[in-house]
Design a protein around this ligand. Structure first.
Ligand code: G3I
Length: 342
């Protein structure tokens, strides 16, 4: 309820501002005299941002897991339950049981939901893998339309297309069945998405696009710039932000966040995790949070799981809570950085 009230106040303030009523600017949290917020969601909300977690439906019956989720987070992303192999296992037969468990839990707790993901080269059921050409294009657009219509009004932002660019120096699109239907498949998906749920923010989401100098980052940037110039409906870019020793937080991360935002889209850090431990891990997390806070259109951060043991990279202990559910130094670094936002 507190989360809902806080969201309503933010909305009311935005409406007054839109109506030309001048409100005193909220001073930096550090200057308000307010005590620091004690949860990630509340600390992020001080600057109007959300803080979320990737969530798995079958863990919602684990009280330690759900206790941390409900206490700390204001946004959830289903880690796997909205992927195409789960939601449309046979063509035209839609299954939302697992995704609904997460969406319903979020609604009961006053949390919002990021939808992940409508179209991805991985996680495809065999019926889709076997389609080609026009039949594939139509099935792809029908999937976007049906899933978004089912959840209309309940999803804050959708990862409409996930990971459509290749790694490496070429800046090319990733080869996939969708890509083979024609270069315009991504914009066709965004048009279908806007029609299906006009209120949802429509995002392009990818990994290894955090380093501004990389060819893949540049290629995604050019696509978003082109979409904005031609009126293709795109509202945000998701930087997955999976970091480790081979892919450390780049020195120019804030440049990347700012340059995407300057195209007129929101930027969301959608799957953040940083392999490591102790002070070094905490420092990396601090740098990521500060980069987001430095750009007004960086509207929120989602970590990809709750405890280290919940992570897809569990052996790298990349999250904010250890496997017993205790807060790590990285947690404190994130909370402090959010609390000191201007
Ligand atoms: O649920 C089954 C279980 O019944 C079975 O016993 C077990 C045996 O392998 O597999 C379980 O399914 C696994 C599922 O995660 C749930 O744990 C799948 O094999 C496994 O492939 C799946 O991995 C997910 C991966 O995407 C592939 O879809 C990860 O949880 C999920 O964190 C990861 O998330 C992706 C994002 O969607 C996109 N960006 C990269 C990110 C990391 O790969």
């Amino acid at each position: 309820m507190r989360k809902l009230l806080s969201a309503s106040l933010t909305l009311a303030t935005a409406s007054l501002a839109a109506a030309g009523v001048l409100l005193p600017l909220r001073p930096a949290a550090a200057d308000t005299g307010d005590p620091p917020s004690t949860t990630l969601a509340a600390a992020a909300q001080r600057s109007g941002r959300y803080f979320g977690a990737g969530v798995t439906a079958h863990k919602l019956s684990d009280p330690t897991y759900t206790g941390i989720l409900d206490r700390e987070f204001g946004m959830v992303t289903p880690e796997n339950e909205m992927k195409l192999d789960v939601t449309e296992p046979q063509q035209g037969r839609f299954v939302f049981t697992a995704a609904d468990r997460i969406v319903d839990h979020a609604a009961q707790q006053g949390m919002r939901v990021r939808g992940h993901t409508l179209l991805w080269h991985a996680g495809q059921p065999s019926w889709l893998v076997n389609l080609r050409g026009t039949a594939l294009r139509e099935a792809m657009l029908n999937h976007v339309t049906q899933v978004m219509a089912y959840y209309r009004g309940r999803i804050h932002a959708w990862d409409v297309v996930n990971e459509a660019f290749a790694d490496g120096p070429t800046g090319a699109r990733r080869d996939s069945n969708f890509q083979r239907t024609g270069d315009d498949w991504i914009e066709a998906a965004f048009h279908a998405a806007r029609a299906a749920d006009p209120a949802a923010k429509l995002c392009y989401n990818d990994y290894n696009i955090e380093n501004w100098a990389h060819a893949k980052t540049q290629a995604v940037y050019r696509m978003v710039r082109d979409f904005r110039a031609r009126g293709v409906p795109i509202d945000c870019v998701g930087l997955q932000s999976h970091f480790n020793a081979n892919h450390p937080v780049p020195a120019d991360f804030v440049t990347t966040v700012r340059n995407f935002a300057d195209l007129g889209v929101d930027v969301q850090l959608t799957e953040l995790d940083v392999e490591g431990s102790g002070a070094a891990q905490a420092e990396s997390y601090r740098r990521v949070v500060r980069a987001c806070l430095a750009v007004s259109r960086c509207t929120g951060i989602t970590v990809w799981g709750i405890r280290d043991s919940d992570s897809w990279r569990a052996s790298g202990t990349p999250l904010l809570f250890d496997s017993s559910g205790a807060r790590k130094p990285a947690y404190t670094a994130v909370l402090d950085a959010l609390n000191s936002a201007c």
